[in-house]
Design a protein around this ligand. Structure first.
Ligand code: C5P
Length: 399
């Protein structure tokens, strides 16, 4: 269901990214109501926003309304969430100081909706003490600041002050509109590969990107869960609001998982844990030899999932992942019986569009009394489906 998003634009060059965000939010079915300051109109025109959102754009404080209503109050009341992007240093100062001298600042003083602020400015302005104090005041009052990124700034400087891309703005807005149906849940998630060292410079590992586990962590957090993510090395940023514990080896992952187990409602083991590790770690780097090196003995790693199964309570929902190729459903059923989690998610890794390093996934969710096929979809959507099933199982387990 579409929501009312109040979009405030102040005068900065980053306003062009806001236009892209307004378009994306409209395509997602939201009703985007734009208010621009006079200086914003120097960078982008109200016509652009009007065309992209299909709604009239407000600029003037005292323009005659189409029907009688107090404009700033009606806009403030209708907002389910408010986003100010870009927010200039001047505008942030006005909000912090309680000044309402134009339509946008007046609306923000009047709204009861959550307000997200995306500062965008020169790096020196961003680091200015008064600006930082003003941001701290806004955070204290419950505004959410969308941190600027570092990089090339339009003024020619390099540094922090660059507004994130439209995609990030859209994501943050969506997070606020999400249904918080997992808000009493505590979830432990393992993700990524493990690294099993052979000598100080070499290790055994696998192609797991960590994407599936990170997608689960992101969606669970957005839906209000308290998420602990125990991850092997990946190239991914931890999702906002998630507690990340980085590990390398399987044995280390097991230790942390066992420490963190108590009190969790669900444990999702999406990590691709290496089954074996080099039996003898060489303290010195192995030197190149004349003849072939064919004697790397391997030793079995502990099975973390089994250890959790033996130590968990009946109410805790344990979810395993199985990466299979070939007859994946049959193999999945066998694994469900042998590993005996409460739920097994089976992926096909024999194709490049699913499993392991892909952006998309497809497979099956197996529980004691259900077999659900999940068609090819993004890992985010796949994660949503897995979380829906976990919620149902936890509800059954908890009564
Ligand atoms: O048996 P298989 O490795 O296919 O099982 C995969 C599931 O078991 C995954 O959920 C994975 O995180 C977990 N696992 C584990 N410890 C291992 C190997 C796999 O927890 N040593």
């Amino acid at each position: 269901m579409g929501k009312n998003i109040l979009l405030g634009i102040t005068g900065g060059i980053a306003a062009y990214k806001t236009a892209a965000a307004a378009s994306a939010l409209t395509k997602l079915g939201h009703n985007v109501l734009t208010v621009m300051t006079e200086s914003a109109c120097e960078f982008i025109t109200p016509m652009t926003l009007q065309s992209l959102t299909g709604n009239p754009v407000e600029v003037e404080m005292f323009s005659p309304p189409e029907r009688f209503e107090v404009k700033h109050i009606s806009l403030a009341d209708r907002a389910d969430v408010t986003l100010v992007a870009p927010a200039t240093g001047n505008f942030i100062g006005k909000l912090a100081g309680g000044i309402a001298d134009d339509l946008l600042s007046t609306i923000i003083m009047a709204t009861r909706s959550k307000v997200l602020i995306a500062p965008a400015m020169n790096v020196n302005m961003y680091q200015d003490a008064s600006l930082q104090e003003n941001l701290a005041i806004l955070e204290e009052r419950g505004y959410q600041i969308i941190e600027p990124e570092s990089g090339y700034l339009a003024c020619g400087y390099e540094g922090s002050g660059r507004m994130p891309e439209a995609e990030t703005l859209v994501k943050r807005v969506q997070e606020h509109l999400a249904v918080k149906d997992l808000s009493r849940f505590k979830i432990l998630i393992t993700a990524g590969p493990t690294r099993e060292p052979l000598d100080p410079v070499r290790f055994f590992s696998n192609y797991s990107s960590g994407r599936m586990g990170y997608a689960l962590a992101e969606r669970a957090a957005v839906r209000g869960a308290e998420v602990t993510l125990i991850s092997g090395p990946t190239a991914l940023d931890p999702p906002p609001g998630v507690r990340l514990i980085g590990v390398e080896q399987a044995r280390e992952m097991k230790e942390i998982v066992m420490e963190e187990l108590a009190g969790k409602d669900a444990i999702i083991m999406a990590a691709a844990v290496a089954d074996y590790r080099p039996a003898d770690y060489q303290e010195e780097k192995i030197k190149k030899q004349e003849q072939e090196l064919n004697q790397v003995a391997l030793k079995e790693n502990p099975d973390i999932l089994s250890a959790v199964r033996e130590n968990k309570t009946e109410e805790q929902v344990l979810v395993g992942f199985a990466a299979e190729s070939g007859r994946i459903l049959e193999r999945g059923r066998d694994k469900f019986r042998s590993k005996a989690p409460d739920m097994l998610v089976v992926n096909d890794i024999s194709r490049s569009d699913r499993g392991f390093a892909a952006e998309t996934n497809a497979g099956y969710i197996l529980t004691g009394d259900k077999e659900l096929e999940l068609s090819l979809r993004s890992k985010i959507k796949f994660a949503e489906a897995v979380l829906d099933e976990i919620k149902e199982l936890a509800f059954q387990a908890g009564g």
